[in-house]
Write a protein that binds this ligand. Structure first.
Ligand SMILES: [Zn+2]
Length: 313
C-alpha cells in the first residue's frame, strides 16, 4: 500500500493507493501556502496517519506528485510560483524520516504520465506523451516505461514551445508559446478582448463556461473554441512530428471538453505531419479520472523503487 501525496497550488490531497492503482481512501486540505511548509508537513502527516489508522494497514512507501519545479533526485522543492517561500524544503527526506519508509517525488505532470502509462489510457504503449491542458499546459514523456528526463533530471516543458512568435509574452521567455495561446486562461483572455459591451455572458467566464456556451450555440464562444482547437491541433501536431509517439494521452480540465476540439486536432495532424506515420499515433483521453493526480503520486513510488515489474526503475 502506497501513501500518495499530491501537492498542488490550491490543495494538498493525500490517499492510500493499492498496487493496482486503486484509490482506497482519500482526503484533502487547502494548500494554504502562507501558513508555511512546516505546518503543511504536519497536516500531511496527520491526514496520512488518520487514514492508516482507519484502514488498519501499514505503508510500503510514499509517492509524491508536486507542482514544480522540484528536484526529483534530491527531493527539494524549487522556486514554485504558488509557494516560493517553501523553496529548499525537502518533503522526501521529511516524510521518509517521519514514516520510516522510502519516498519518491516527481513533477505532477510526470506523475500523471507515469500513472496513465501503467494503469490508464497509455497502458502497453512504448512511446507515450501525456499532455495536460488546464490553467497551463504541461506533460510528461514515457519511453519504454521510463520517464524521460532532461539534463540533471530537468523536466522538459512541452507546453512552452512556440506556436506563433507574434503571440503574447509568457513567463518562460517566449512570445506565443503553446501555453500562452491554448491554456484555459488564453481562451478567456481572447474572448474578453473580443466581446462587445453588451455581451450577455461577461461575468465569471471560465474555460469550462466558454465551452458550455459554445455547445449552446453562442457565436463568440464558438469562435473561441475553434481558435482553441486550432492551437491545440498545432501543438499536438508538433509533438507528433517531433516524437512520432505510439500515443498521446490528453488530460486536464480543458480536455474534459475534448469532444469540441478533437475533429480539428485530427485534421491538423493529418494535414501537417506528413513526414511521420501520424496515423499510428493513438490520440486518447486520460482515463484515471478525478483521482489521477493521487494515482500518479503512488505510481511515482513504483517507478522509482519497484523493480519487480520489469518496466520500472
Ligand atoms: Zn511559455
Amino acid at each position: 500500500m502506497i501513501g500518495a501525496v499530491d501537492i498542488g497550488g490550491t490543495k494538498i490531497a493525500v490517499g492510500l493507493v493499492d498496487d493496482d492503482g486503486r484509490v482506497l481512501s482519500r482526503t484533502e486540505s487547502p494548500t494554504d501556502a502562507e501558513r508555511g511548509y512546516a505546518e503543511a508537513l504536519v497536516r500531511i502527516e496527520q491526514m496520512l496517519r488518520a487514514m492508516l489508522a482507519a484502514a488498519g494497514i501499514e505503508l510500503t512507501g510514499i509517492g509524491i506528485g508536486s507542482t514544480g519545479p522540484i528536484d526529483p533526485f534530491t527531493g527539494e522543492i524549487g522556486d514554485v510560483n504558488f509557494f516560493p517561500e517553501w523553496r529548499g524544503n525537502n518533503p522526501v527526506a521529511d516524510l521518509s524520516r517521519i514514516f520510516a519508509v522510502r519516498v519518491a517525488m516527481e513533477n505532477d505532470a510526470d506523475a500523471s504520465a507515469l500513472a496513465e502509462a501503467a494503469w490508464g489510457a497509455g497502458k502497453d504503449k512504448e512511446r507515450l506523451i501525456y499532455v495536460t491542458v488546464g490553467t497551463g499546459i504541461g506533460g510528461g514523456i514515457i519511453l519504454d516505461g521510463q520517464l524521460y528526463r532532461g539534463v540533471d533530471g530537468a523536466h522538459p516543458e512541452i507546453g512552452h514551445h512556440v506556436i506563433d512568435a507574434s503571440g503574447p509574452l509568457c513567463m518562460c521567455g517566449f512570445h506565443g508559446c503553446w501555453e500562452s495561446l491554448a491554456a484555459g486562461p488564453a481562451m478567456i483572455s481572447w474572448i474578453e478582448s473580443k466581446m462587445p459591451e453588451d455581451y450577455a455572458h461577461r461575468d465569471k467566464l471560465t474555460a469550462k463556461r466558454v465551452c458550455e456556451l459554445a455547445r449552446e450555440g453562442d457565436a463568440l464562444a464558438r469562435e473561441a473554441v475553434d481558435r482553441e482547437a486550432r492551437y491545440l491541433g498545432l501543438g499536438l501536431a508538433n509533438l507528433v512530428t517531433l516524437f512520432a509517439p505510439d500515443a498521446i494521452v490528453l488530460g486536464g480540465s480543458v480536455m474534459k471538453s475534448a469532444a469540441l476540439f478533437l475533429e480539428e486536432i485530427r485534421k491538423t495532424i493529418c494535414r501537417c505531419c506528413r513526414f511521420v506515420p501520424y496515423e499510428k499515433t493513438d490520440l486518447a483521453l486520460a482515463s484515471l479520472g478525478e483521482d489521477a493526480n493521487l494515482i500518479g503520486a503512488a505510481r511515482v513510488w513504483h517507478h522509482r523503487f519497484d523493480r519487480k515489474e520489469g518496466h520500472c526503475a
